[in-house]
Design a protein around this ligand. Structure first.
Ligand SMILES: Cc1cc2nc3c(=O)[nH]c(=O)nc-3n(C[C@H](O)[C@H](O)[C@H](O)COP(=O)(O)OP(=O)(O)OC[C@H]3O[C@@H](n4cnc5c(N)ncnc54)[C@H](O)[C@@H]3O)c2cc1C
Length: 594
C-alpha cells in the first residue's frame, strides 16, 4: 500500500496537527549533535580568527578554508555515500547549514558550494556525471557554483538569453551567454549553467568546467556586505560542452533551477539561525559589560525588550524551519518507495511539495535576521556603528538574504500563489473549507472560554488560519485570474499564512518539548509563545484589514470584517513581564541559550 504524507504542502492551514507529528530541534540525536559540534569547532578554528582576511579576499584563502571543510567531511553531508559523501538526512544538512550560518562570508561560500553548487548534479545527474563530479565536490577538491541569473534576467529568471547549439558532429553543445552575480564564481571549478537549446522557450541545464576554453571571468564585484564571498560575472564564449554534460533532460533546466531554489530557500532559513544566535550572544555580551547611568545597560527595560524580541524571532523561525525540514525528509522516504522514482527525483519532489513553506522560511527567516542585527547595532549604541565591532559585519552581511534565492517580494508572492493554486487544483480542499468558514460567520460570536494552555493557543492559531482562508476565497472570488495583478492583496495574505505557520510550529514545538525539558525552560518557551501569538494577532489583523478593504467585494466585506475582528481576538498577555523573563534568562547565561 502506498504511504501517504502526514501533511501535504500548504495543508497545515486546513488540518489540526498533533504535536507528536512534528520534529523539534530538541530531538536531535547524538550523531547530529556531533556534526553540529564539528561545524562550531570549524568556525572557531578556521573562520572566526580569519574573518578580516576573508573579507579582504586574500587570494586563495576562501578556497583553502573550503578545502579544509572538505577534509573534515563537512562538504559531503548531503551527498550520497557511493559518491564519497555521507548521505545524511535533510534535517541534518539543515543543522550544519544553521551552524555554518554564523560564519559571515564563509557561510555564503559554504552554503553555495554544498547547496546550489553541488546538489543539481547530486539530484539530477546520471551515474557517470555523479561519479565524475560528486566525489570532488564532497571532498572539496573542486568547488561548485550555480549560474542562473543574467544581466537581463534576475527575478524573471527564465527570460535569459544564454544559448546552446548542437555542434555539427553532434558531440558538443556550443554555449554562448553571460551570467552575473555568481557566488563562488571566482574559484568554482564546476558550474551548473542554465541556457536554452536552439530556440527552446525554457532552459536546459549543463555541467560546465571553469577550465574549458571560452569560460571567462570578470573581476570580483564590490559589495555592501559578504565581502569575502566571491561574486563574479561569467562569460561563455563558444564554450564546447560535451553532450554528456547535459544535466537532466532537454528543457528540464528551469524545473531543475526552481526545485534547487526551493531547497536553497529552506536552507537560507537555516543559515540565518546561526547568524542570529551569534548576533544575539554578542548583543547580550555587550549589554552585560556596558555601563551607563551607573548600571549595566542590560538592566534597562528597553534593552531587555530588544534582546527578548531578537530571541523570539529566532526561536520561532527555528521551530518552523526544523518542522518543515522533517516533513521534507518524510516526503523523500515516501517518494523513494514509489516505483521508478530515483533518489534525486524523490528529493526534488519533496522540495516541490513544500514550495510554499520554503518561501515562508526564506522570507520570515531573512527578515528575522535583519531585525536581530539591526537591534544588535542599537544595543551597542555608537560602538554598534563602529567598523571595529562585529555588529558592522553582521549588519551588512545580513542584508543579502532578502535579495538572493529569489527576492522577498517574489517569495512573498509565491506563498499565497502556491497555496491558492493547490486549492484550485484540488490538491488541498482549501476553498471548500474557506466557504464553510464564511458561511459560519453569520453565527460567529466573540465569546472565548479558556479550556487550557495548549487548547487556547491552538484555538487562536486555527482562527488565524481561518482569516487567511477567508481572504483567499474573497480574493479569488473578486479577482479570479487577475489576482496576480493585485500583489498588495497577495502580500497581505502571504503574511497571514506565514505568521500562522510560524505560530503553529512554535506552539507544537513547545507542546512536544514539555514532557522532556525542565519546567523553568518550558516556562520561558511559553513566554515566547505568549508574546508571539499576542503580537501576531495584531499583525494578522492589520494585514487582513488591508486586504479585505482592498478587495472591496460588497457582498463579503462586511461579513469578513466581522470575522477578522473575532478571529484575531486573543487573550491579553503582560508582554512586558514576559519579555523581561526571556531577556533575563539570556542575560544570566550571557548568550543565546534556547
Ligand atoms: C551577492 C549575490 C549573490 C548571488 N548569487 C547568485 C548565484 O550564485 N547564482 C545565481 O544564479 N544568482 C545569484 N544572485 C542573483 C540573485 O538571485 C538576484 O539578484 C535576485 O534573484 C534578484 O534579481 P535582480 O538582482 O535582477 O533584481 P530584479 O529582478 O531586477 O528586482 C528588482 C526589484 O524588483 C522586484 N521585482 C522583480 N520582479 C518582481 C515581481 N514580479 N513582482 C514584484 N516585485 C518584483 C524585486 O523584488 C526587487 O525589489 C546573487 C545576487 C547577489 C547580489
Amino acid at each position: 500500500m502506498e504511504q501517504e504524507l502526514k501533511i501535504k504542502g500548504g495543508e497545515f492551514l486546513l488540518k489540526q496537527i498533533d504535536a507528536n507529528d512534528i520534529f523539534i530541534p530538541e530531538e536531535f540525536d547524538e550523531e547530529q549533535r556531533m556534526i553540529a559540534q564539528s561545524c562550531d569547532d570549524f568556525l572557531e578554528t578556521e573562520v572566526f580568527p580569519n574573518l578580516d582576511r576573508i573579507d579582504a579576499q586574500e587570494p586563495g584563502l576562501m578556497r583553502s578554508i573550503l578545502e579544509k571543510a572538505g577534509e573534515l567531511g563537512l562538504l559531503g553531508i548531503s551527498i550520497p555515500e557511493e559518491y564519497m559523501g555521507f548521505g545524511q538526512s535533510f534535517v541534518t544538512s539543515m543543522l550544519s547549514s544553521e551552524r555554518m550560518g554564523a560564519g559571515n562570508s564563509f557561510a555564503v561560500a559554504f552554503s553555495a558550494h554544498t547547496g546550489i553548487g553541488s546538489l543539481p548534479i547530486a539530484y539530477y545527474g546520471n551515474h557517470e556525471q555523479k561519479e565524475k563530479y560528486l566525489p570532488k565536490l564532497a571532498t572539496g577538491d573542486w568547488a561548485g557554483a550555480y549560474c542562473l541569473t543574467e544581466p537581463g534576467a534576475g527575478s524573471d529568471a527564465n527570460s535569459g538569453t544564454s544559448k546552446a547549439v548542437l555542434s555539427e558532429d553532434g558531440k558538443h553543445y556550443i554555449l554562448n551567454g553571460q551570467k552575473m552575480w555568481i557566488t563562488n564564481g571566482g574559484f568554482a571549478d564546476v558550474q551548473t549553467v542554465f541556457a536554452k537549446i536552439d530556440n527552446d522557450r525554457v532552459y536546459s541545464a549543463f555541467i560546465v568546467e571553469k577550465a574549458w576554453e571560452g569560460v571567462v571571468l570578470n573581476p570580483e564585484e564590490k559589495k555592501m556586505g559578504i565581502k569575502g564571498s566571491s561574486t563574479v560575472q561569467i562569460f561563455y564564449n563558444d564554450v564546447k560542452v560535451p553532450v554528456e554534460n547535459l544535466l537532466g533532460k532537454r528543457g528540464e533546466g528551469f524545473r531543475i533551477a526552481l526545485n534547487i531554489l526551493h531547497m536553497g530557500r529552506i536552507k537560507l532559513g537555516g543559515n540565518v539561525l546561526g547568524a542570529a544566535k551569534r548576533s544575539i550572544s554578542q548583543s547580550v555580551n555587550y549589554a552585560n559589560e556596558r555601563k551607563q547611568f551607573g548600571q549595566l545597560i542590560s538592566n534597562f527595560g528597553s534593552i531587555k525588550h530588544k534582546i527578548a524580541e531578537q530571541a523570539i524571532k529566532t526561536f520561532t523561525t527555528e521551530s518552523a524551519v526544523y518542522r518543515v525540514s522533517k516533513d521534507i525528509d518524510d516526503a523523500i522516504e515516501i517518494n523513494k518507495a514509489q516505483e521508478g522514482c530515483d533518489y534525486g527525483r524523490a528529493v526534488m519532489g519533496a522540495f516541490g511539495e513544500y514550495g510554499a513553506e520554503a518561501a515562508i522560511m526564506k522570507v520570515f527567516g531573512s527578515e528575522a535576521l535583519d531585525y536581530v542585527v539591526d537591534e544588535m547595532v542599537q544595543v551597542m549604541g555608537g560602538m554598534g556603528f563602529s567598523a571595529e565591532m562585529p555588529a558592522d559585519k553582521a549588519y551588512r552581511d545580513s542584508r543579502i538574504n532578502r535579495i538572493f534565492e529569489g527576492t522577498n517580494e517574489v517569495n512573498r508572492l509565491i506563498v499565497a500563489d502556491t497555496v491558492i493554486k493547490r486549492g484550485q487544483k484540488g490538491t488541498i480542499p482549501l476553498f471548500e473549507k474557506a466557504k464553510e468558514i464564511i458561511a459560519g460567520l453569520d453565527n460567529l460570536t466573540n465569546t472565548f472560554e479558556s479550556k487550557g494552555y495548549y487548547e487556547d493557543k491552538s484555538f487562536f492559531v486555527q482562527n488565524f488560519k481561518n482569516v487567511g482562508m477567508m481572504l483567499m476565497e474573497a480574493a479569488v472570488n473578486k479577482f479570479s485570474r487577475k489576482l496576480v495583478q493585485e500583489q498588495e492583496v497577495q502580500n497581505s495574505i502571504s503574511d497571514i499564512i506565514m505568521n500562522a505557520y510560524v505560530a503553529e510550529s512554535t506552539m507544537l514545538r513547545i507542546q512536544k518539548a514539555e514532557s522532556t525539558l525542565p519546567v523553568d525552560v518550558i516556562s520561558i518557551y511559553k513566554d515566547m509563545l505568549d508574546v508571539y501569538i499576542f503580537e501576531t494577532a495584531s499583525v494578522i489583523y492589520k494585514h487582513a484589514m488591508d486586504a479585505i478593504h482592498s478587495i472591496e467585494d460588497n457582498e463579503l466585506t462586511e461579513k469578513i470584517v466581522k470575522g477578522i475582528q473575532v478571529y484575531t481576538s486573543v487573550s491579553g498577555v503582560n508582554t512586558k513581564d514576559a519579555r523581561r523573563r526571556i531577556a533575563d534568562k539570556l542575560i544570566e547565561e550571557n548568550k543565546y541559550c534556547f
